[in-house]
Design a protein around this ligand. Sequence first.
Ligand code: FE2
Ligand code: FE2
Length: 296
Amino acid sequence: MDNKQPSFNEQEQNPLTSLDQWEDAVLERYPTPESIATSKSVDEYRNYDTPERDTVREFYRLNHTYQTYDFVVEKRNNFLRFDKKEMPVWEAFQFLNQLVDDSDPDTDLDQFQHLLQTSEAIRNDGHPDWMVLTGLMHDMGKVLCLFGEPQWAVVGDTFPVGCPYSDKVVYPEFFRNNPDYQNKAYQEGCGIYQRGCGLRNVHMSWGHDEYVYQMMKDHLPESGLYMLRYHSFYAWHREGAYDYLLDDHDREMLKWVKLFNPYDLYSKNPVPPDWNKLRPYYEDLVAKYLPATLKF
Ligand SMILES: [Fe+2]
Ligand SMILES: [Fe+2]
């Protein structure tokens, strides 16, 4: 590719003190399983000045500015080769756990605990075992940070690239800084897509959702794959935006994405699950669906 990506300093790579800061901000936007962001709640969300809020705002500024269509294509070409690393599943969780909150290593549960709390909440509600496994794996894509990727190319609400931006994406005003905003082919009509083409034909902003979906795509049922691939696409599953890109299959699958979201957002608990008790169940579950090693 001839147009070189800009390089980023430490502040621009990692505007958040931890990846959890993004998730905490999502939780503030969607405080209940039913909530959608009304204009009132969006205003409240923005107008409340705290250093934390400024950090999240800066994170979205970077995300919306630099996630261009070309950026996404370049990241896909690089990371979807899965030629970086190969690990047994349980080693991969340890690897993921190297992502720690530098500012405050004691207060937040590690990444594995979030995954386990999500999967346990799903299991306690009696859902099928593949959905429990989906919960366990859903944030494995955050290992991208450990490959030196900027936080805004790993987490953050995802959105389609190559078509007009929706104002249902949080902080839509920052899209004006994105070079794609000036590209008529992207910003008129359906952009580069056909109406009703189906989300599978749409490139989403790059991050942990698409990466883990591609990693798991031969191992989980379609409904689980939708949960992985679109769990951060809040503008779709919470706000109903981008209807013109959907096909009937997406509309059918939306219920699974919606079913999953509360387990991700509302299962956080300061008490870590008792891993020693849970271990035999999860070892069997992983062995049932996943290969011995995962490629990254
Ligand atoms: Fe996630
Ligand atoms: Fe999560």
